[in-house]
Design a protein around this ligand. Structure first.
Ligand code: MG
Length: 503
């Protein structure tokens, strides 16, 4: 490498480090806001976060001072692959960041901040109309954002790009078509076979401290390093990282339902393992950043569902549950317990949906938000269209907007284009898991014996350590031998529920 090039790279890395440190500071404050902050601190915290976000945006734009990023980007073919990744991904963030002015970002932030208040109130009152003016403003701004960012085919593509680089509606449409075709009939088949499941048999009274102990055990068992991270409690569980050596996740508890916290803990620990699995030596560069939200979600969903709702894992954990919580589990046979936790039923709320119906909830949202951003439907008509789709896909009549169009925070927060990453996560998870089963032939047996190490190391080696070195597309191809394909997910569900119904 020529000397001026090497100097530019050093400068870029130094600037990136400062930018990352500022973002880590923001993340600490956001984590604190959700976990510890007293209620009356909210106003000042919002101002502080707003101020630091502006600084971070400035730092992002300064990355190219003296045109060093431009010149490195032009010389990309002379760089080694890791450096080329750093330049490629930094250029991508810089280019996108530059297209949005600070004034635009500030307006969007303020509109969303007010909209979230209005949304929470509207949801409480089951009154869509009081949220509607806010939603209209957000949609207008997001359409403007799409224009500023630029797109080839659909304005919605520009918004997906923020969360799932490289993904477009042209690729997503056939994926969702496939799910629209296969899931409703699969749902009917499963429902017909599963019969009546006594869901209340897993309910009881579970003291919080004992639940915490069990959840800590589960996270540790999966391989979460508590010396390089923490588990806390928040209303909406999330994972955040400041550095691979300091990864925080939160979970939530319900006193009467132990499985509620275990699902949430396994999900977030899956996210957290991805963050802990990245290389600290590359901190501050895209080599220590997740590829996309979809890939991140694949890590959480694999642990939560493919493993955490699977037979082998529970064959190991259930006896411990029976011992620690004899009431209600001692008298509940394993098979019945397994049936209960894998019970499938159409329901109104996305976050409470089972593995089979979950993606139908996302399909519905994908269709709606794509049409909104493309200007094909009006925000005024959302409840009507939402309710009709609920009837078509789930056979359910929505009784009120709280259980319908007002249930998710995303649109009020301006997160258009985010929902598809949940389904992508489920599909990637099924495809990665199939590859892991091939690579570790006795995986089921290991999980039955309480061994998660081989799987975790396989995920680490194949996915976590690389950061953004691969794109989502190249990673999936490399790890599984083919491009993203929803058949893995459909096959996973079909096999699982066939096995269940034959017992
Ligand atoms: Mg998640």
């Amino acid at each position: 490498m020529k000397a001026p090039l090497a100097r530019s790279i050093d400068t870029l890395k130094q600037r990136l480090r400062e930018y990352t440190q500022l973002n880590a500071t923001l993340a600490i404050l956001q984590w604190d806001q959700e976990v510890h902050m007293p209620e009356e601190g909210a106003d000042e915290r919002a101002r502080l976060l707003g101020y630091l976000s502006t600084l971070a945006h400035e730092k992002l734009l300064h990355l190219n001072d003296g045109n060093i990023l431009t010149s490195l980007q032009q010389a990309e073919k002379n760089l080694d692959k890791k450096t080329a990744t750093i330049v490629r991904e930094t250029w991508r963030s810089y280019r996108l960041g530059k297209k949005l002015s600070s004034a635009f970002i500030q307006e969007l932030t303020e509109v969303c901040s007010r909209a979230q208040h209005a949304w929470a109130e509207a949801r409480q009152r089951e009154h869509f109309k009081s949220f509607l003016p806010h939603l209209k403003k957000i949609i207008a701004l997001k359409r403007q954002e799409a224009k500023l960012l630029g797109y080839k085919h659909s304005p919605y593509d520009a918004l997906i790009e923020t969360y799932e680089p490289g993904m477009t509606t042209k690729e997503l449409d056939p994926i969702f078509d496939e799910l629209r075709k296969s899931l409703p009939s699969l749902l009917k088949q499963i429902q017909k076979k599963q019969g009546k499941v006594p869901l209340q048999k897993i309910l009881g009274t579970f003291p919080l401290e004992e639940q915490k102990r069990l959840n800590t055990y589960v996270a540790e068992h999966m391989g979460f390093n508590f010396k390089a991270g923490r588990m806390d409690v928040s209303t909406h569980p999330f994972t955040t990282n400041f550095h691979p050596k300091d990864v925080r996740f939160t979970t939530r508890f319900a006193e009467n339902n132990l499985l509620y916290s275990i699902g949430s803990t396994m999900h977030e620990t899956g996210h957290a393992l991805y963050e802990q699995g990245m290389k600290a030596e590359h901190f501050g560069t895209p080599l220590t950043e997740a590829i996309s939200l979809g890939i991140h979600e694949s890590q959480s969903r694999m642990w939560e569902n493919n493993i955490g709702k699977g037979r082998p894992f529970w064959q190991f954990l259930y006896p411990k549950l029976q011992k620690q919580f004899p009431k209600p589990f001692k008298s509940l046979a394993f098979e019945e317990f397994y049936r209960i936790i894998n019970h499938v039923t159409p329901s109104f709320i996305r976050t409470e949906a089972d593995e089979v119906t979950y993606n139908l909830h996302i399909l519905l949202r994908y269709e709606l938000e794509k049409d909104l951003i493309e200007g094909k439907i009006k925000a005024d008509d959302l409840p009507k269209i939402w309710n009709k789709k609920m009837k078509d896909y789930f056979g359910l009549s929505v009784p009120n907007d709280r259980l319908g169009v007002l249930q998710d925070v995303h649109w009020s927060a301006g997160l258009f284009g985010y929902f598809p990453t949940y389904t992508l996560g489920n599909l990637y998870a099924a495809q990665f898991y199939a590859a892991a089963q091939k690579a570790i032939p006795d995986l089921d047996k290991q999980l039955q014996q309480g061994q998660c190490t081989s799987l975790r190391e396989w995920l680490r080696k194949n996915i976590h350590v690389h950061g953004k070195y691969h794109t989502a597309k190249s990673l999936v191809q490399r790890v599984t031998g083919e491009s993203l394909n929803s058949q893995f997910f459909i096959e996973y569900l079909t096999t699982k529920y066939d096995e269940l119904s034959q017992r």
